[in-house]
Design a protein around this ligand. Structure first.
Ligand SMILES: [Zn+2]
Length: 337
């Protein structure tokens, strides 16, 4: 299958262990050159915008875009981003409509799609195929999932104050140990998600002061990352945890027509339709937030959904299903708009 050969060629760039196409690196450029060549082979008109994003126009309904990104994390996987790009070239070529887009720097905060949106120059609709990077589809024993939205997140910190003291001479009674309080706070962060559908919350960092093995902790700062599929649930989660977010990214919902086109293509192949929100950010989320009718298709990740790792795996058969559904949905979307 041509899609698999192309994935191999992108993965081989730079050699070494895993994908190494950091944003702005010569390796990302090399991947762009390969993709631009494949676009020309498909008779697409290739453009590079002022922010470095690559666009291949078919000349028919160029306002409907399909694509993803080609940068990777260090030692990344074979499919993250790349699959969405090679599948998009395949879909646009098969359907003879729409445009392929490759956004710069997705792994470093979606810089390419954000820049494009800031310039106010975006499509009317966007479809993105991506590996799930999680275990949901594998557990559901089905190859494809339709994304309903992209969760929003709130990040900030909790600060616990105590009283530092000598670890040997201060009796247990009456201690004000900030790390013991922080331990309880970590459990509260976990428990706050109970009963909030789709909510997750994580403490990933603890700073303990003064940080001596023989000193009672006097002050602890802990990071909080809270995520939820809709704004109301995110508000509730933040209130339950009781922190002041220093950073907040609103949840976005995918467009009904895009969801519908993807669902129909999935079910017309006799596959069960599984719909769920994405816990990770994607370029489709940036475009959806800007008002572009957006849709995302997830394809099953094996190996417990591991991603950002050379162990990232999706079967050849699932890739083939995903490309067919993406192409079919593009055709449906173009004829319905
Ligand atoms: Zn990605």
């Amino acid at each position: 299958m041509r899609v698999l050969e192309r994935l191999d060629r992108l993965y081989a760039i730079g050699g070494g262990q895993g994908a190494n196409r950091a944003s702005g690196s010569p390796e990302e450029d090399e991947a762009y050159d390969l993709a631009a060549g494949w676009m020309r082979e498909a008779s697409l008109r290739v453009e590079i915008d002022p922010d470095g994003n690559l666009l291949g126009r078919s000349g028919t309904r160029d306002d409907v875009w399909v694509g993803s990104h080609l940068d990777s994390v260090p030692q990344g996987g074979r499919f993250d981003g790349s699959l969405g790009v090679v599948a998009a070239i395949e879909a646009v070529e098969r359907e003879s409509c729409g445009s392929v887009v490759v956004f710069r720097g997705e792994e470093v905060g979606c810089v390419g799609s954000r820049a494009r949106v800031r310039r106010g120059d975006f499509p009317t609709a966007f479809l993105e195929l991506h590996v799930e990077q999680g275990p949901v589809l594998d557990a559901a024993d089905t190859p494809l999932g339709v994304v309903t939205g992209i969760v929003g997140y709130a990040r900030g910190e909790l600060v616990l104050e105590g009283r530092a003291g000598h670890a040997g001479t201060t009796p247990m009674e009456g201690r004000e140990d900030a790390l013991v309080a922080a331990a309880e706070a970590v459990l509260r962060v976990r428990d706050a998600t109970r009963g909030l559908d789709g909510a997750v919350a994580t403490v990933g960092k603890l700073d303990v002061e003064p940080g001596g093995v023989n000193v009672i902790p006097g002050r602890v700062r802990l990071s909080v990352d809270a995520r939820a599929p809709d704004a109301l649930t995110l508000d509730r989660l933040v209130a339950m945890i009781g922190f002041e977010p220093s950073q907040r990214n609103e949840p976005v919902t995918m467009n009904d027509a895009c969801i519908g086109a993807l669902c129909e293509e999935v079910s017309s192949r006799g596959l069960r339709v599984v719909e769920f929100p994405s816990g990770a950010g994607h370029d489709a989320g940036i475009l959806a937030a800007a008002g572009v009718a957006s849709g995302m298709l997830f394809v099953r990740s094996l190996n417990s959904g591991v991603s950002h790792s050379p162990d990232e795996l999706t079967s050849d058969e699932d890739v083939a299903f995903a490309v067919d559904v993406l192409a079919g949905a593009l055709g449906r979307l173009v004829s319905s708009r």
